[in-house]
Design a binder for this molecule. Structure first.
Ligand code: URA
Length: 301
C-alpha cells in the first residue's frame, strides 16, 4: 500500500514539475481511489487507513473549468426542483421558515452520509453583501454551517480586510448538501466533487428564496460553480470570461470572483490581488469607505 501511494505521489510530483496543474481521472478510478484513501473510523473514533490495491489513474489534460454538465456524477433521480412559497412575516420569520423547510426536505436529507448535516445560509438578514459558494465540504457538513473550513477561514479574513465582520454579511452556497462520492460502508468521504446540473437545479430555489428574504445590495459568486448556478450552466466556458465583472442575478448586481480555495492553492500576491480587486469593486458599488491602505493590499511582493 505504502509503495503504491509513494508511486502515485511521485507521478503527481513529476507531472507538476512538467507544468501540469490539474489531472482528471475517470469516475471509476476516482471511486476506487476514493475508497482507498477513505478513512475508516472505528467505534473508538480512531481513523485507520483501509488496505486496498491502488487503482491505475489516467492523467489527462484537464479543462481549466469544471463544467457540471460534463461531470459524470453518480446517477440521481431527483424530483423536480421545489416551488417555494415564502411565509408572511418579518425577515427572521421568513428566514426561519425557509431554513426549516430545507432542513426537513426529504430529497436533501437523502443525500447525506450518516451523521452529517444539511447546510443553510447564515448571517445578517439585512446584509448588503451576500457571498455564494459552491457546496459544503467536510467541515461544513459536520458543523452544519457554510464556510467554516480552511476556505471559510480565508473568506472570513477577506471580509475583515473589507472592514466588516463575517456576521455582517450573509454567506450561502448553491448546494445545501455535500455532493457525495462513493465510499465503503463505515468509511468517511475524503475530497469533494462539484455538484451536477440536477443537484444544482434542485437547490437553486432555496438560494433564490434566501436572496429574496435578505435582499442584498450585491451578490458575490465565489468560483465557477457558484457563477454557473447564478448565471446559467452555459454562461461561460472559463471563469476568466466572467470574473471581475458585474452581472445580474434577477436584478441584483452580481460580482464573480475566485473561490477562496483558489487562493489556498495559489498563494501568490498576484492571485490575492486579483480577488481583492473584485472586492474593491464590491465595496465601491455599495459605497463603503475605502482607505488608501485597503486600496494597496497585495500590490507589492
Ligand atoms: N466551499 C464552498 O464552496 N462552500 C463552503 O461552505 C465551504 C467550502
Amino acid at each position: 500500500m505504502r509503495t503504491a501511494i509513494t508511486a502515485l505521489t511521485e507521478e503527481l510530483r513529476r507531472l507538476k514539475a512538467s507544468g501540469v496543474t490539474n489531472v482528471t481521472i475517470s469516475p471509476d478510478s476516482l471511486a476506487r481511489l476514493q475508497t482507498v484513501v477513505s478513512k475508516r473510523v472505528d467505534a473508538s473514533g480512531v481513523a485507520a487507513t483501509q488496505e486496498t490495491v491502488l487503482p491505475a489513474i489516467e492523467p489527462v489534460a484537464a479543462p481549466s473549468v469544471r463544467n457540471p454538465k460534463k461531470e459524470e456524477a453518480p446517477k440521481q433521480n431527483f424530483p423536480e426542483p421545489p416551488t417555494i412559497g415564502l411565509v408572511e412575516g418579518d425577515k427572521p420569520t421568513r428566514w426561519a421558515a425557509l431554513r426549516d423547510l430545507v432542513l426537513k426536505n426529504e430529497t436533501c436529507l437523502a443525500q447525506l452520509a450518516p451523521n452529517k448535516q444539511l447546510v443553510f445560509g447564515v448571517g445578517d438578514f439585512d446584509a448588503k453583501i451576500m457571498f455564494v459558494g459552491e457546496a459544503p465540504g467536510a467541515d461544513e457538513e459536520t458543523r452544519g454551517e457554510p464556510f467554516v473550513g480552511p476556505a471559510g477561514q480565508l473568506l472570513t479574513k477577506m471580509i475583515s480586510g473589507m472592514g466588516l465582520k463575517r456576521e455582517e454579511t450573509y454567506i450561502a452556497n448553491i448546494m445545501n448538501w455535500r455532493p457525495q462520492l462513493p465510499t465503503r460502508d463505515g468509511y468517511e468521504q475524503i475530497g469533494n466533487r462539484p455538484p451536477d446540473a440536477e443537484e444544482m437545479a434542485y437547490c437553486l430555489p432555496f438560494l433564490r428564496a434566501q436572496i429574496e428574504v435578505v435582499a442584498p445590495q450585491v451578490i458575490v459568486a465565489l468560483g465557477a460553480t457558484a457563477a454557473r448556478g447564478l448565471l446559467g450552466l452555459d454562461a461561460f466556458r472559463a471563469l476568466g470570461e466572467v470574473r471581475g465583472k458585474w452581472h445580474e442575478f434577477e436584478k441584483t448586481p452580481l460580482m464573480v470572483t475566485y473561490h477562496p480555495s483558489y487562493i489556498l492553492r495559489n498563494k501568490s500576491n498576484r492571485s490575492k490581488r486579483a480577488i481583492w480587486e473584485d472586492m474593491l469593486q464590491v465595496m465601491e458599488r455599495i459605497q463603503m469607505p475605502i482607505t488608501d491602505k485597503q486600496r494597496g493590499y497585495f500590490l507589492s511582493g
